[in-house]
Design a protein around this ligand. Structure first.
Ligand SMILES: *Cc1c(COP(=O)(O)O)cnc(C)c1O
Length: 360
C-alpha cells in the first residue's frame, strides 16, 4: 500500500472533501481509540492512577518530539498548543526582552510577544516572504537580540523558510533560536537542533485538538522561571496527550522523509490544478515543498464567504485566512487549501470546479 492509501485506510471516510490539514488534520482511528481507552481507564481505576500508568506512553511522545526536532537532550513539556508554548517560554524568560522574527510573523505570536513585553524586530525577506539569510545574518550581527524566532512555515502562506541556514547563522553568532513548528513538524524537516521548538498536535501530525509541545535545550530550560505553575500543567486531558503521542509515533513509523516528500508532491499537484482558475491567483511558487497553497482573490471574491459556501454547498473544507494571520505581510485575505498525504487530483479538481461555481 502507498503512504496515501495507508493513511486513508487508517481513518473513517471523509464526509465531502477535506482540504484543511493546516487547520486540523483527520485523526487516525487508533489515535481516537487511545484517547477513548484512556477515558475508560480513568473511570475504572481513577484519573490519577490511570495518569501514572500513561507515563511511559507519554515519554515515548516526548522522545518523538526530540527526534523530529534534532534535540536529543531537550526537556519536552506538553502544552495546550503552540500559542500556549510560546507564552510559557516568553513569560518564563529571564533575559533581555528583545527578539528578531520575520516580516511575515504569525499575528497571534506578535501579540504574545508584545504581551510579554518583548520588542520584536523584523528580519528582511524577499518578495515571496522568504528570509534573506545573508541580510538577516548582517542585521543579527550588528545588533544582536536576546532571541531569534523563526516560524518555519506560516499559517498564511506555504513558503518554507530556510531553517537549517538560519540555525547555522544563530550557532555562529551564539544566539538562541526558537522555532515555531506549528505548521512545520510532520511536514518539513525540522531536525536542525534549535534551542527551542514548539508545535501543535492537530495540524500536520494529525493528533487531537487542544494539545501541543514545547521542547527546550536543558541549559536554557534551567534558566526559565515559570510565573506560577510548573512548566507542564499537571491537570490536563491526558487522553489528548496520549493521542498526540501516538500520532507522533505513527508519523515516525510512516517515515518523516516519506511524508515530507509526499506533502511536497501534493503541494505541487495542488498548485498545478489551481494555476489557471479565473479570478484567483496561486501565491506560492509551483514547486514550493509544502502542502499549503493559498489563493488570492483577483476579482473581489471574499475568502470567508467562499469558504462558507464551499462547506454549505459542496461539503469541501478550506480556510479563509484574514490579514491578522500575518499583519505585516498580507495585503488582503486569502483562501488556504491544505490536503494531507492522501490528497488526490480528483479531490482537487472537484474543489476547482466548486470554487468556480461559488465565486462567480
Ligand atoms: C496554528 C498556528 C499557531 C498556533 O497554534 P495553536 O496550537 O492553535 O496555539 C502558531 N503558529 C503557527 C504558524 C500556526 O499555524
Amino acid at each position: 500500500m502507498s503512504l496515501s492509501e495507508q493513511w486513508r485506510a487508517a481513518r473513517v471516510p471523509v464526509a465531502g472533501v477535506h482540504l484543511d490539514s493546516a487547520a486540523c488534520s483527520r485523526q487516525s482511528n487508533a489515535v481516537i481509540e487511545v484517547a477513548a481507552a484512556h477515558a475508560r481507564h480513568e473511570a475504572e481505576v481513577g484519573g490519577y492512577v490511570a495518569g501514572e500508568a500513561a507515563a511511559p506512553a507519554l515519554d515515548a511522545g516526548r522522545a518523538a518530539v526530540r527526534a523530529l526536532a534534532g534535540m536529543a537532550e531537550a526537556e519536552v513539556v506538553f502544552t495546550t498548543g503552540s500559542n500556549h508554548a510560546l507564552d510559557l517560554l516568553l513569560s518564563s524568560w529571564q533575559g533581555p526582552r528583545t527578539l528578531a522574527c520575520l516580516h511575515g510573523e504569525y499575528g497571534p505570536n506578535l501579540t504574545i510577544m508584545a504581551a510579554n513585553g518583548f520588542e520584536a524586530r523584523l528580519l528582511p525577506v524577499d518578495e515571496s516572504g522568504r528570509l534573506r539569510v545573508d541580510a538577516a545574518a548582517a542585521v543579527l550581527r550588528a545588533d544582536p537580540p536576546a532571541l531569534v524566532h523563526l516560524t518555519v512555515l506560516g499559517s498564511h502562506r506555504g513558503i518554507v523558510q530556510p531553517l537549517a541556514e538560519l540555525a547555522q547563522v544563530c550557532r555562529d553568532l551564539g544566539l538562541p533560536l526558537v522555532v515555531d513548528a506549528a505548521q512545520g513538524l510532520g511536514h518539513v524537516d525540522c531536525a536542525v537542533g534549535p534551542d527551542v521548538l514548539y508545535t501543535s498536535s492537530r495540524k500536520w501530525l494529525a493528533g487531537p485538538r487542544g494539545v501541543g509541545a514545547l521542547a527546550v535545550r536543558p541549559e536554557l530550560y534551567a534558566q526559565l522561571v515559570p510565573r506560577w505553575a510548573p512548566m507542564e500543567l499537571h491537570e490536563a486531558n491526558i487522553g489528548s496527550r496520549l493521542g498526540f503521542s501516538l500520532a507522533l509515533g505513527e508519523h515516525l513509523a510512516d517515515g518523516p522523509a516519506n511524508t515530507q516528500a509526499r506533502l511536497a508532491e501534493i503541494g505541487a499537484l495542488t498548485r498545478g490544478v489551481l494555476a489557471d482558475i479565473a479570478g484567483w491567483q496561486v501565491v506560492e511558487p509551483a514547486a514550493e515543498p509544502s502542502a499549503i497553497t493559498t489563493l488570492r482573490p483577483l476579482d473581489g471574491a471574499e475568502p470567508a464567504v467562499v469558504r462558507a459556501r464551499l462547506i454549505a454547498e459542496h461539503g469541501i473544507i478550506t480556510t479563509a485566512c484574514e490579514v491578522g494571520r500575518a499583519p505585516h505581510e498580507m495585503d488582503g485575505p486569502v483562501l488556504r487549501v491544505s490536503p494531507h498525504v492522501d490528497g488526490s487530483a480528483a479531490d482537487l479538481e472537484q474543489f476547482a470546479a466548486a470554487l468556480v461555481a461559488v465565486s462567480s
